[in-house]
Ligand binder design. Sequence first.
Ligand code: SF4
Length: 253
Amino acid sequence: MKSASTSLSVGRRAVPHEGLTAIRVGGFQPFTTLDYPGHMAAVIFLQGCPLRCVYCHNRDLLPVRADTEIDGREIEARLEQRRGLLQAVVFSGGEPLVQSGLGAAMDHVRSLGFKVGLHTSGISPERFGRLRGRVDWVGFDIKAPFGMYEGVTGVGQAGAQAQKSLAMLASWGIPYEVRVTIWPDLLDASAVREIAAKAERIGCQDFALQECRDPANGQAMGGEVFQDNRLLAELAQAFPGFTVRRANHARAA
Ligand code: SF4
């Protein structure tokens, strides 16, 4: 088993390798077929998120630190056991970009033979840019039209940050999915069309609408966009991989 004491050779020099001990892990899902399309994957949920999405169901992952964190060495051991069984490991959250050890953790996962997936809302273009060449697939959450982020996330400037990260992602040449979780009080058909038009313009192939649950009572929220057959047909026409995820299957970064 690799651990915090593992070393990697760089030229003739051995350098310390922190593996997954460099990240704060808030949760671990050992097997899923939903979080990396077409792949059997495990999901590592990273602790911490600066956004406060109105529909967030991962509130225990929002603080930067938590006393429920899982030791990275335990995750490494569990991944070691799954080599040859799983195809990929997805880094999710919380918001993975808040952790500076994310890139090194991805490198470690790749060294174990897994593909690397990422769920992100792209709130730090600087950190996102450092992941180029380290990630194989991205599920990119767009929370609202970029000028409307404050209403959904509580952080207005996050929209401009997300826009920069998305433009970067489109230039990387890797598969990705743009997903929009519908908070029906704020996102109507015109808001979805605005987001979809931007995604289409950058060449996005895979686009998903996700239904959220009301955090107050756990009920699926629905919303007019899920009943709008004209909108759904437009999206299916625009994106070869168009998906509608009702609440039972929704994942939100
Ligand atoms: S980005 Fe994800 S984890 Fe962060 S507040 Fe929004 S839904 Fe919750």
